[in-house]
Design a protein around this ligand. Structure first.
Ligand code: FMN
Length: 339
């Protein structure tokens, strides 16, 4: 586990730090997490999953925390407002999990109305008490993902982080927005920098990291132990490799989609080539693990082709093919067409 949870490393001087695929409901399902790893993500986390549903053995919820022998580390993320259910769910996951991640960042009303997710940041005593009970009851290291605060009153992420450190949380991730902000405005990396400075725990910075430039700026400002990428990785799992190449951590020639014509390609040709590789790999991984699922394929097909010339054709392809294999093949052909 020591290789998975690296200690905080002080001032960033250009050296490699861990890149995380953000937990994203409806995006970071098992095949996508495995693909992101092949594309350079160091750590992935499951979609958030209701502790209440897990304790009631709801099949759909257990499918969200499905893993595979190739997934290492396996980090399920749970949320809930009921401490007993959170402890129970964590215990049920304990054997399989390498780390258990707690969601204190979700702003969705269906989550906050049960005083779970980011709403718990408004009840810091409850948040800390719940986390302490989970730590007492599981062997796996426990990590937490938070926002800056609720947005009503001062930001309390620093105060909560210090308390979580005291009770034995092993790593935190901070999304630089408040609950009230949801996804609006710019992520506040300055407050994340204060948390990095003030706590001994490794802190992962999250929010608005979309390319090498923003990754570099965020590391320079925050000195975070790692970066977590969410929306920037939807349809672009290759973003991890791009950042690693951009920051000099990886050679372009070592990327799996590299070929002898690579350096003559235009930017658009590079995008088609890398996304074509990623799409085919996603389909292969899905076949080998969960099976091809039409709803996932359709969602990823739209995301993988977004912004590319001729992407409008994809809508037609989605209408035309009800069969998952045919759909996967048609998207692959479209992505192949430009190179
Ligand atoms: C579609 C979507 C689903 C998300 N689902 C989760 C989730 O299940 N658990 C979680 O902690 N955060 C979730 N988030 C928040 C992201 O993990 C991340 O904190 C947020 O998007 C900010 O990072 P970004 O600017 O890189 O996107 C989700 C975000 C998006 C866009």
């Amino acid at each position: 586990m020591s290789a998975v949870i690296l200690p905080s490393q002080g001032v960033w001087e250009g050296e490699k730090r861990q890149l995380f695929l953000a937990p994203m409901s409806g995006v970071s399902e098992l095949p996508y997490r495995l693909l992101a790893k092949e594309c350079g993500a160091d750590i992935t986390i499951t979609e958030f999953t209701s502790s209440s549903a897990l304790t009631r053995e709801v099949t759909k919820s257990w499918a969200r925390v499905e893993s595979h022998k190739d997934e290492s580390p396996f980090i399920p993320q749970i949320f809930g407002g009921n401490p007993e259910e959170m402890v129970q769910a964590a215990k049920m996951l304990d054997d399989e999990a390498d780390i258990i991640d707690l969601n204190f960042g979700c702003p969705a009303p269906k989550v906050t109305k049960i005083c779970a997710g980011a709403a718990l940041m408004g009840q810091p005593d409850d948040l800390v008490e719940m986390t302490a009970s989970i730590i007492e009851n599981v062997q796996s290291p426990v990590t937490a993902k938070m926002r800056l605060g609720t947005g009503s009153g001062h930001h309390n992420v620093l105060e909560i982080s210090k308390r979580l450190e005291e009770i034995g949380v092993k790593r935190i991730c901070v999304h630089g927005r408040t609950l009230n902000q949801k996804y609006r405005g710019e992520a506040d990396w300055g407050t994340i920098a204060e948390v990095v400075e003030e706590v001994g725990l490794p802190v992962i910075a999250n929010g608005d990291i979309v390319d090498t430039k923003s990754a570099k700026s965020c590391l320079e400002l925050t000195n975070a132990a790692g970066l977590m990428i969410g929306r920037g990785a939807i349809g672009r799992p290759n973003i991890f490799a791009e950042i690693k190449v951009g920051l000099g951590w990886e050679k372009e020639e070592n990327l799996p989609w590299f070929n002898s014509k690579w350096f003559q390609y235009s930017d658009v040709e590079k995008q088609f080539t890398s996304r074509h590789w990623c799409w085919n790999r996603y389909v292969d991984i899905a076949r080998e693990t969960t099976g091809l699922r039409s709803n996932w394929l359709k969602r990823h097909a739209v995301a993988f082709t977004k912004g590319l010339p001729g992407a409008k054709k994809v809508r037609g392809i989605l209408h035309l093919h009800q069969d998952s294999e045919k759909l996967a093949d048609a998207i692959s052909k479209y992505l192949k067409s430009e190179n």
